[in-house]
Design a protein around this ligand. Structure first.
Ligand code: SIN
Ligand code: FE2
Length: 223
């Protein structure tokens, strides 16, 4: 049976939606492992607490952030960068939980990116009103690797455009368990999150959590 007919026969939450060349929304892809993910998130947050980072421009981010993996994304008055140590306590970020790596690798492969082994997972927590302005993920040396972004908790309106800031971004509703993967021609696409609407999620209450898996290391330079 052709793959598209097979997909059409699946329940809607299992469908894949192409957002742009190289960018796919995998509806509900992470839903069946949400309990394991939430347990792992709690363990990471216990070791590396959530904090509101400062932007280089002097603003305080409305999302509360932490990381796991061998490298963590940090922002402060000096700029954006990846750091081996959590600047808050000077110790390495918590290890990447096995269920995170498994999910990121499977989602990337489903979207057409094989062998994705991210060194970094950014955990962003949104309370009602929190948002993320349009930006590009461009602090990574390895732009051949995709970005894998997992949504948990309250629904959000995700903005996704092109690598050109002038192009208008499209809006997509992301719900608990949705995974967006972007790479290739969309790797530097502008994206963001509209202010989170208030609500109550059965597992997460008034919160949305986003996991962003990235591969900051330049694999070619290492080999
Ligand atoms: C991000 O761009 O880092 C997060 C996107 C999201 O929260 O969905
Ligand atoms: Fe981003």
């Amino acid at each position: 049976m052709p793959q598209d007919l097979f997909d059409a026969a699946l329940p809607p939450e299992a469908a894949h939606q192409q957002l742009a060349p190289g960018a796919v929304l995998l509806h509900g892809f992470a839903r069946d492992m949400d309990a394991a993910l939430l347990q792992a998130i709690e363990a990471v947050i216990t070791q590396a607490p959530l904090r509101h980072m400062q932007t280089p421009g002097g603003y305080t981010m409305s999302v509360a952030t932490t990381n796991c993996g061998s490298l963590g994304w940090v922002s402060d008055s000096h700029g954006y960068r990846y750091a081996v140590l959590d600047p808050q306590n000077g110790t390495p970020w918590p290890a990447m939980p096995a269920c995170f790596l498994d999910l990121a690798g499977r989602a990337a492969a489903k979207a057409g990116y094989d062998h994705f082994a991210p060194e970094s997972c950014l955990i962003n927590t949104y309370l009602p009103g929190a948002k993320l302005s349009l930006h590009q993920d461009k602090d990574e040396k390895d732009l051949s690797a995709p970005i894998v972004s997992v949504s948990l908790g309250l629904p959000a309106v995700f903005l996704f455009g092109t690598p050109n800031r002038k192009d208008r971004a499209q809006r997509y509703r992301l719900v608990h368990g949705d995974v967006v993967v972007w790479g290739g021609p969309s790797r530097l696409a502008f994206h963001g999150v509209m202010p989170l609407a208030d609500g109550a999620h059965a597992l997460l209450g008034r919160r949305r959590i986003n996991l962003t898996f990235r591969s900051p290391l330049d694999k070619l330079a290492q080999s």
